[in-house]
Design a protein around this ligand. Structure first.
Ligand code: GRF
Length: 193
């Protein structure tokens, strides 16, 4: 089973879905820890499931490089095969990218390279386009600029709000992530035998 560390910043609804996929066997992975940069609500959920959690805050005035080293060490302590960002709302520090990429993935609620960054759903909505999407990428040192592993279009409906659109995108992100992790697990298993 792939050992996965998930990084979040928010509610962790995508984390919950990922854990359900692991429980059902549809995702051949086990989440060995959940980390965050803030005391994210999703951490309580992980703890309630008996999953180790950690918080590595980036406080105002903190040295980003030092934070990156702390975060990389906190992740490495759980010996992951794969690190997944799921609503982690910080630019991943170079120390983490260099330590874990390309086994470092992010889900993004837009059809990259369209609408990168922290407000992809709102930006697509406000652009007035008829469709956006969801993407799974390898994290590099840019903002959502890494290699695209999977992506799918999601329509924007005239009746949509940013929230209803995001609620329609998230399930697609989850499906794409499950597909990508299944593919990685298959290749990983093949090479480790
Ligand atoms: C997801 O759409 C993710 O792609 C984006 O933030 C959202 C996380 O939502 N970066 P949640 O915290 O998993 O509910």
């Amino acid at each position: 089973m792939l050992r996965v560390v998930v990084l979040i910043s928010g509610t962790g609804s995508n984390l919950r879905a990922f854990l359900e996929g692991c429980d059902s066997g549809s995702i051949p992975a086990t989440v060995v820890a959940v980390g965050a940069d803030v005391n994210a609500a999703g951490l309580e959920y992980a703890s309630s499931r008996g999953i180790p959690t950690f918080v590595e805050p980036l406080n105002a005035g903190d040295d980003r490089a030092a934070w990156g080293d702390r975060l990389a060490d906190a992740i490495a302590a759980h010996d992951p095969d794969l690190v997944i960002l799921s609503g982690f709302m910080r630019l991943v520090p170079p120390a983490v990218v260099s330590r874990f990429s390309p086994m470092l993935l992010n889900t993004h609620p837009a059809y990259l390279p369209e609408f990168p960054g922290a407000h992809g759903v709102r930006d697509a909505f406000e652009a007035g386009v008829s469709e956006t999407g969801a993407s799974v990428i390898v994290v590099d040192n840019g903002v959502d600029t890494g290699p695209i592993l999977a992506q799918r279009r999601v329509p924007i409906l005239p009746t949509d709000t940013v929230e209803s659109l995001h609620d329609r995108i998230k399930p697609v992100e989850r499906e794409l992530l499950a597909e990508v992790v299944r593919d990685i697990a298959a290749r990983f298993t093949a090479t480790t035998h």
